[in-house]
Design a protein around this ligand. Structure first.
Ligand SMILES: [Zn+2]
Length: 260
């Protein structure tokens, strides 16, 4: 299984990073895709991906919650890093987050457009974080609908109407994480309308641990609990869930599959 979204380079794992990667491998995780946060997180991201070549793969981008007054200088540094380093497999994570704070809404949208441009120019997929910004997300993406832009709607938790609208973007997949295992989650019903060919697995570690670990620190080995839940929802054997979602991910991440 591929964990398409995991922040294992963060300080939450400083004390047991190696053990945790081993637990993930033992649980059947073959690859870990790691979205960046901002300029300050780059050194630890690069260090971990350098130590686990062929297992851990870095992405580059400015997370929407880190877009502030200085976002243009952050983007300049990240853009140079992208140009000088061929290791990055995607632009991420980027997008819009108006849940905690909408002070920098215009700046978030501007940074999003800039990074969509990077994805198109470099032919890399884009990993999109969207929270409390459903309409803004749709409106920002609309001009790119007929471009080759591809990517993942990471941590998708929308309703059926939102799923239908986002499925209009044929080159995009839906990242499903521990939220689907939560007791009151409506995601299982929403997934009835999203074919398995559009789904990838993710943990979003250290956040959003699946049941039975809900509320605790999440880690990539828990991805099995998300796959098991999808096996029930799609009435499909667990092995098929793993292989289909892996294939979906590798179709998108062309640098990992060797196409790019
Ligand atoms: Zn994330």
């Amino acid at each position: 299984m591929i964990d398409t979204h995991t922040h294992l380079f963060t300080e939450e794992f400083d004390n047991d990073r190696y053990e945790m990667v081993n637990r993930a491998i033992e649980a059947g995780v073959t690859k870990l895709f790691m979205p960046n946060i901002d300029v300050s997180s780059l050194p630890s991201l690069k260090k971990m991906c350098g130590e686990y070549k062929g297992v851990c793969y870095p992405m580059i981008g400015l997370h929407p919650t880190e877009v502030r007054e200085d976002y243009k200088s952050q983007l300049d540094i990240l853009e140079k890093e992208l140009a000088n380093n061929s290791d990055y497999i995607a632009i991420g994570e980027v997008g819009l987050d108006l849940y905690w704070d909408s002070t920098f809404k215009d700046e978030q949208i501007d940074a999003f457009h800039t990074q969509i441009g990077w994805a198109i120019d470099s032919d890399l997929p884009i990993i999109i974080h969207s929270r409390a910004a459903s309409n803004e997300l749709y409106n920002t993406l609309l001009p790119y609908k007929s471009t080759k832009l591809s990517g993942i709607f990471h941590s998708f938790v929308g309703d059926k109407a939102e799923a239908e609208r986002l499925m209009e973007f044929p080159n995009f997949l839906f990242g499903i994480n521990g939220v689907v295992t939560f007791k009151k989650s409506t995601l299982p019903e929403v997934l009835e309308d999203i074919p398995l060919s559009r789904i990838v697995l993710e943990t979003d570690s250290p956040y959003l641990a699946p049941v039975p670990y809900r509320g605790k620190r999440n880690e990539s080995s828990y991805i099995i609990d998300i796959a098991k839940k999808l096996s029930l929802i799609y009435d499909t054997p667990l092995n098929d869930i793993s292989s289909i979602t892996d294939d979906n991910a590798l179709r998108l991440f062309k640098k990992v599959s060797g196409v790019l």
